[in-house]
Design a protein around this ligand. Structure first.
Ligand code: GTP
Length: 444
């Protein structure tokens, strides 16, 4: 049977010329053994200049290199191998060549070369690309993403090639002001990352999440979080990126409100702490002399006694009382009496060590606890105090001058004694000092 236009007696090479696509056969050294006119046309060379030559001698390196790689892969696999190459013709047009290769075996089954054919799949590729776009854009998820989320697509330079309405609303700019621009040209500041780095990371297949801030055309600031994902690089196309943005404005607002409320709370807390400290201080001190009050003295005395017993250190107590204080009040008035009390407190503080505990027990009675001090040393201190006070003169606003003396009772505090008997003994010593004529120190 004869096929129209085909002579079945012609040889394989002649038959190959009838193929509707470019075809070639290379030897084991990848030199062309045979090509048909379509391949010669594609290379824009006469057939005779191709035969016996390698790809490197027939085509530019950027094409020869993937051709050689595909040939080697085919020889190594020993089975049909297909690939696609995007080529740029001399007139600048891009074409997609789809190639299919197969290893050629000699009669003994040894590898003898590679046979291949090439079809121009440019139209098919364009159609597929359009279809992909259409599929993407008409797919349910894209539609719902577009209408509910803040999405955009980016070129390799990060320039916007598509922006959704929601995205435009967030950044406060119409699509016309965004398309062709990128984060940098829009003046948006990514937090902690460089936008180019984001694209580089994304193109390696790592989705990148980052925060950025910008200013809307009405001057308002906005904060957003982006997730940039690579959509891959379709053959012959540029890499594409997809950006999903979420509005951080609300989060920021809530965070700011929260931190303001927190600051208020902290301030209120600090105020309260201060207030409590002040109240505590007031509860522990005598408002006139700022010495410890009786309650506080008793607490401190108990602690001090326990500590001294543990450290086996001596401890002594003084009981002080102003002599004839009633007369001071009667002669100069209560305010003058207060001044005397204040002066007494001052001199006690100055004369005692920082660790000594000085307290106003009530009225014109004072007590001093002397840690690390035995009764003899306590007597010395009491004497020094008595003399210091006897030398004091309180000058009143009307220049009247008041001198006063004190009587002091001194006692040691034994390691196992309770506070009450010790205080009573100090009072007893004080009583003896009073009854002995005042302005003196008595130890018991
Ligand atoms: N100005 C003033 N006087 C006070 C205060 N507390 C107590 N007094 C007075 O201290 C005086 C104590 O008088 P008395 O207990 O009789 O003792 P005294 O006059 O000092 O006599 P002797 O202690 O025996 O030497 C009273 O007049 C009280 O009113 C105070 O805070 N301010």
């Amino acid at each position: 049977m004869n096929l129209p236009g085909i002579d079945l007696n012609m040889d394989a090479a002649a038959l190959g010329q009838l193929l509707p696509y470019a075809a070639w056969v290379k030897d084991i050294h990848l030199r062309y053994r045979w090509v048909n006119r379509h391949w010669a046309d594609m290379l824009d060379l006469p057939v005779r200049q191709i035969i016996g030559r390698s790809d490197a001698e027939c085509m530019p390196p950027w094409l020869a290199e993937p051709m050689g790689r595909a040939d080697c892969t085919t020889l190594a696999r020993g089975e049909p191998y297909g690939n696609e190459v995007m080529v740029q013709l001399q007139d600048g047009r891009q074409r997609l060549w789809r190639m299919q290769r197969q290893a050629v075996l000699d009669t003994e089954g040894n590898l003898d070369g590679v046979a291949g054919f090439v079809i121009d799949a440019t139209d098919d590729w364009r159609a597929r690309r359009e279809l992909k776009k259409l599929t993407l854009q008409s797919s349910g998820w894209w539609q719902s993403l577009k209408s509910h989320a803040l999405v955009a697509t980016l070129t390799p330079q990060g320039r916007y090639s598509y922006v959704s309405e929601h995205f435009c609303r967030l950044v406060g700019c119409p699509a016309s002001g965004l398309l062709g621009e990128n984060h940098a040209t829009l003046g948006w500041i990514a937090v902690g990352v460089d936008f180019h780095h984001v694209l580089a990371m994304a193109s390696q297949g790592n989705p990148v999440r980052f925060e950025f801030a910008g200013t809307r055309s009405n001057g308002q600031r906005f904060w957003a979080q982006s997730l940039v994902i690579s959509l891959g690089t379709p053959v012959g196309d540029e890499p594409q990126f997809f950006e999903i943005v979420s509005d951080l404005g609300e989060v920021r607002e809530v965070t700011q409100k929260l931190s303001a409320a927190n600051a208020q709370l902290t301030a209120a807390l600090n105020e309260n702490v201060e207030l409590i400290a002040r109240l505590d201080h007031l509860a522990r001190t005598d408002p006139l002399t700022h010495l410890l009050n009786r309650r506080s003295f008793l607490e401190r005395a108990a602690q001090e006694q326990a500590r001294s017993a543990r450290l086996q250190q001596p401890l002594s107590v003084l009981a002080l009382d102003i002599d004839h204080f009633k007369q001071v009040n009667d002669a100069f008035g209560h305010a003058a009496g207060d001044q005397v009390l204040e002066r007494l407190a001052e001199v006690c503080r100055e004369t005692c060590r920082i660790i000594d505990i000085v307290a106003r027990m009530g009225g014109e009675e004072f007590s001093i606890l002397l840690p690390g001090t035995g009764p003899e040393q306590a007597q010395v201190l009491a004497e020094r105090l008595r003399l210091a006070l006897a030398q004091q003169t309180v000058v009143l606003p009307d220049q009247q001058r008041i001198s006063f003396t004190i009587s002091i009772g001194v006692t040691g505090w034994g390691a196992h004694e309770l506070l009450q008997p010790v205080l009573e003994r100090a009072d007893q010593a004080l009583y003896q000092a009073k009854s002995g004529g005042r302005n003196r120190v008595i130890s018991l």
